[in-house]
Structures are given as C-alpha cells and as structure tokens.
Ligand binder design. Structure first.
Ligand code: NAD
Ligand code: DAU
Length: 353
C-alpha cells in the first residue's frame, strides 16, 4: 500500500508529508515540479525518510504519471499541486490554467485509467482527494453567513477561477467515470515553510529585516486563518473517512482583518525579535495600492466536517502565530535561501522599490 501526494514540496504539501509520516507507516510517493514555490529543503527532518520517494515532475506529464501509477500502485491520491498566489495570477494567468486546469484534468485521466485496472475491491477503496480552496466561493460581506458546501461558485481572481474549473472537472470525472473523489475547501493557512509571498511570512520576513510591510488598501479585508497542521489533520480524516463524492469545508473560526493580523505579528516580533533601533515593528507598516478584485471577506462554516468526521481545529491563533514567528526566527537560513533571485524580482515588480 502507498499513497501519492502531488505538490509535496510546497507549503501545505510538505506539511502533509511530515504529518503523514508522524501518523502512518504507509509509504508515500510524492511529486512536485519544484516551481519557485516548491522547495526540497521542506523535507528536512522528515520522520520516516525511508518510506518517502520523491519524484521531480509535472502532473501534466501523462507518461510520467502512467509510470508512477503503474510502479507504485497507490491506493489514494492527495492532489495539492497548484499555482497558488492570487497576485501572480493577476499579472499572468497562463501557468495557473496550465497546472490547475490542464494539469488536473490530465491527472484525472491518468488516474482514472489506472483505477480501472484495479480489482473491484481496490477500486471501491480507492480515493482521489482534491484539495481546493474557499476562494472559489468569492467574497462575503460583513453580514453574510460563512461559506458552506452549498455556497455558489463566484470566483473573483484568475487563481480562484482556475481552482473552480479544477473542482468542476473533479466532480465531472466522478459523475461521468465513477472515480471515487473527495473535495475539500479550506480557508487561509499559516505555519512553517510558507513561501514569503503570502501575507504572514511576507510580514515576518520584511519586519525581521527592517523593511516596510505592505498592507493592501486600508487593511480591513478579512481572512479566516487556520494552522496548517489542523488542515493536514482534516485532510487525513477526509481521506480515511470522508464520503465519496462529498465536499468538506475546513476553517479555523479565525476571522481576522489583515491590519489586525499584521499588528499582532508586529507585537509578537517586538517581544521575540526587537528592532535594533528600539522602535516597534508597526512603524514599518505601509498602506499600498489595493489588489484588483480584492475579495472583502472569507469565512468558513466547518459544521459538516465537525459533525460527520469529528474534526475541530486544535491550534489557537495566538499560539499558532507565536509558534510560526518562532519557526521563521529559528530558520532564518531557510528564509534567506528562498528570498533569492526569482523572489527578489517578484517583489521588485509587484511592490516597486
Ligand atoms: P504552494 O504554492 O506553497 O505549493 C504548491 C506546490 O505545487 C509547489 O511545491 C509547486 O512546485 C507545486 N507545483 C506547481 N505546479 C506543479 C505541477 N504542474 N506539477 C507538480 N507540482 C506542481 O501552495 P500551498 O499553499 O501549499 O497550496 C497547496 C494546495 O492547497 C493548492 O492546491 C492550493 O490551492 C490549496 N489551498 C491552499 C491554501 C492556503 O492558504 N495556502 C488554502 C486552501 C487551499
Ligand atoms: O483562502 C485560501 C487562499 O488563501 C488560498 O487558496 C491561496 O492559495 C492563498 O494564497 C490564500 O489567498 P489570499 O489571497 O487570501 O492570501 P495572501 O496571503 O496573498 O493574502 C492574504 C490577505 O492579505 C489578502 O486579503 C491580501 C492581503 N495582503 C497580501 C499581501 C501579499 C496584503 O495586504 N499585502 C500583501 O503584500
């Protein structure tokens, strides 16, 4: 028995690989294209390196996928590979549609062909877990109830549109071909090894090097934050006990306005990493031009996964943020290594000097 994990060298993918080997002896073959967001350093300290086979490759490469499926005979696929950064998708959407849509549909094709070769018993037990996002549901106003699994699709950004298209494909392969799929929609994750283009690691990276911290618009937009370990626990549960064809929303009851999040991080950094000039970190905050089409608020109602599978988040936002700041301070070298050529040119292009 083995599972196949795509996007394994990214933020959530690598957290899932770590959590897999903390909780299971089952081997995992993991695939990643190692785009700017994928980092083999993220496997450092893996509990059972022996059970882990890493393959560098593209989910859209049909012959590679055929080979991997035939060789490793996985009982499940956990599909996390994607282009994931909203701001990049606004500048150039090609890679988003290539990987998130074409890549996902090719993967579905190859997995379906493989699944058909399995015995009836193994076909029944097989699972394709598609990791989607709450962004496919678009924006909420301050008074709307949180997203549930029946919320209509209203993607705002090219990234969200590409994930929505992938979700529809996954659902169509289930209806048309009978592939046993599961889909999850999670809110914003934070934690160790997140690429510093996303708000929390960006804020920590810039604050610890004394650089301005960019907050879009007036910073009033709201996100529902969940620690990545809680997300991984939810994914393991859905994989083992989720009902085939069902969707599960995953969220942390962690609604926070961006400006409050940035101020919280600044306060934690004031205690753990005081500035040499003695000034508080919040003095580095700069309000910059807003993101076009910026979704106002995300919030998740996770009652289904709570009631049906018994999942609840474990890590409080206060504890999770303090631990996350500790991780980035302790792993300053990790941060330095990822803030190299490509990253610097993105920051220059996106934020200017
Ligand atoms: P990430 O950008 O950190 O990692 C994505 C990984 O996919 C990278 O390692 C990249 O190299 C790899 N990849 C990209 N294209 C590939 C391809 N064609 N073939 C193989 N690998 C490829 O993203 P993340 O934050 O870890 O997100 C993982 C998944 O979770 C995504 O599907 C994302 O939509 C979803 N998600 C993320 C969040 C969040 O807050 N980060 C929330 C909900 C859902
Ligand atoms: O909700 C789940 C989604 O969360 C995932 O599907 C995406 O892959 C992931 O990137 C994330 O999307 P967001 O756009 O919400 O995350 P990001 O970290 O880019 O931004 C979080 C909020 O912070 C958002 O309201 C925009 C704001 N922001 C972001 C950056 C990079 C700023 O104010 N300044 C910044 O420089």
């Amino acid at each position: 028995m083995a599972i196949l994990i795509t996007g394994s060298a990214g933020f959530i993918g690598s957290a899932f690989v770590h959590s897999w080997f903390l909780h299971s002896e089952e081997p995992a073959v993991t695939l990643d294209l190692l785009t700017y967001a994928g980092n083999p350093d993220n496997f450092a300290g893996l509990r059972s390196a022996a059970g882990h086979t890493f393959v560098h490759g593209d989910i859209a490469d049909r012959s590679l996928m055929q080979r991997l499926l035939a060789e490793f005979q996985p009982r499940a696929i956990v599909h996390l590979a994607a282009e994931t950064h909203v701001d990049r998708s606004i500048r150039t959407a090609d890679a988003f549609f290539q990987t998130n849509v074409i890549g996902t549909t090719r993967l579905l094709d190859e997995v379906t062909a493989y699944w058909r070769t399995l015995s009836e018993e193994r076909q029944r037990a097989f699972r394709f877990l598609h990791v989607s996002t709450d962004e496919v549901f678009g924006a909420l106003t301050a008074h709307d109830p949180p997203f549930n699994e029946s919320s209509p699709y209203r993607p705002s950004s090219p990234y969200a549109a590409s994930k929505a298209a992938a979700d529809h494909a996954v659902s169509a392969w289930h209806t048309t071909h009978g592939l046993p799929v599961l889909t999850t929609h999670c809110s914003n994750n934070y934690g160790p090894r997140q690429f510093p283009e996303k708000l929390i690691p960006l804020c920590i990276a810039r604050a610890t090097s004394g650089e301005p911290i960019p907050v879009y618009g007036n910073g009033a937009q709201i996100r529902d934050w969940l620690h990545v370990e809680d997300h991984c626990a939810a994914l393991r549960l859905v994989l083992e006990r989720g009902a085939v064809g069902r969707r599960y929303n995953i969220g942390g009851y962690g609604e926070t306005a961006n400006i409050d999040m940035v101020r919280m991080l600044c306060e934690i950094l004031d205690r753990k990493h005081p500035r040499q000039n003695g000034e508080p970190h919040h003095k580095l905050i700069r309000f910059v031009t807003d993101r076009p089409g910026h979704d106002w608020r995300y919030a998740i109602d996770p009652s289904r996964i709570r009631d049906e599978l018994g999942w609840a988040p474990n890590v409080s936002l206060t504890q999770g943020l303090a631990d996350t700041v500790d991780w980035y301070i302790t792993n300053a070298q990790w941060l330095e290594r990822v803030r190299t050529g490509e990253y610097r040119s993105w920051v220059r292009t996106h934020y200017g000097q």
